[in-house]
Ligand binder design. Structure first.
Ligand code: DQA
Length: 143
């Protein structure tokens, strides 16, 4: 059975209210429900976690490693572009991580073009709205 973890970083809790022209009108709850349904269709199980705090995200990655998930779908939001600490946490754990972004970060401000994390992730999916999460889940489920 596939056991996956969905993690979201800062401000993703405000989806549905926040910059809808960029991120769409769907909420974090909808993402969590839809991805849970998809994983369960494949006979797997999904746990979900969101935090606005870098340290909590790092702690959760460490704990996830103890729980031996098959994969982590992670939208690190703005920490993508800044966090060497999250990069080190991803490097430190055995669980593969797919970095996900709702928007196409490469079409946006230049500071969003760089990811501190992509080079230590299993893969990266950007720019497909809610389907970015779906595609990441499928990449693990079809593995
Ligand atoms: C984001 C892109 C980031 O640059 C931004 O800081 C976010 C959301 C995305 O999903 O498109 O908060 O990760």
């Amino acid at each position: 059975m596939n056991r996956l973890l969905l993690m979201n970083g800062p401000n993703i809790n405000l989806l549905g209210k926040r910059e809808k022209e960029i991120y769409g009108a769907f909420t974090l709850q909808t993402i969590e429900e839809k991805i849970t349904e998809l994983v369960e269709e494949y006979g797997g199980k999904l746990d979900c976690f969101q935090s606005n705090h870098e340290g909590e995200l790092i702690d959760h990655l460490h704990q996830a490693n103890e729980k031996s998930y098959d994969g982590i779908i992670f939208n690190p939001a703005a920490y993508t572009h800044t966090s060497i600490a999250l990069r080190d946490a991803i490097t430190a754990i055995d669980t593969p991580v797919i970095e996900v972004h709702i928007s196409n970060v490469h079409k946006r401000e230049t500071f969003r073009h760089q990811s501190m994390l992509a080079a230590v992730c299993y893969g990266q999916i950007v720019g497909f709205g809610m389907d970015s999460y779906r595609l990441a889940a499928l990449a693990f489920l079809n593995k």
